[in-house]
Design a protein. Structure first.
Length: 111
């Protein structure tokens, strides 16, 4: 039993080092019919799916570090870094778009 508890505590520490769990959930873009779902898969990786007009346009794995999201996008077969920042309430996040001076504004709509 002690081994199981130690293993679980190490897993939780590992997740907190590699990912800001405040990003977990379902987010809707402020001006478009666009959604992003972020969570943990069965292999304990943090994954995302981006849906635009009911079509999956991106998915893959992500990690965070100091306001940066490192993306491994399986659709475009590319890796890139995006900056992000939360509103004081934590229910809105701004994420820079890849290779652009623009950003998305997402509101939390689910867990």
């Amino acid at each position: 039993m002690k081994t199981i508890l130690l293993f679980l505590s190490m897993l939780s520490l590992n997740f907190s080092d590699n990912f800001n769990t405040d990003l977990h959930g379902v987010w809707q873009e402020a001006t478009a019919n666009e959604f992003v779902r972020i969570g943990i898969n069965g292999e304990f990786e943090t994954v995302f799916q981006r849906i635009l007009d009911r079509k999956m346009v991106a998915y893959g794995t992500i990690e965070t570090s100091s306001g940066i999201i490192h993306v491994n996008n399986e659709v475009s077969k590319s890796e890139y870094d995006l900056m992000y920042a939360f509103s004081p309430s934590g229910n809105t996040v701004v994420i820079s778009k890849p290779n652009s001076n623009e950003a998305w504004v997402f509101h939390r709509v689910g867990n």
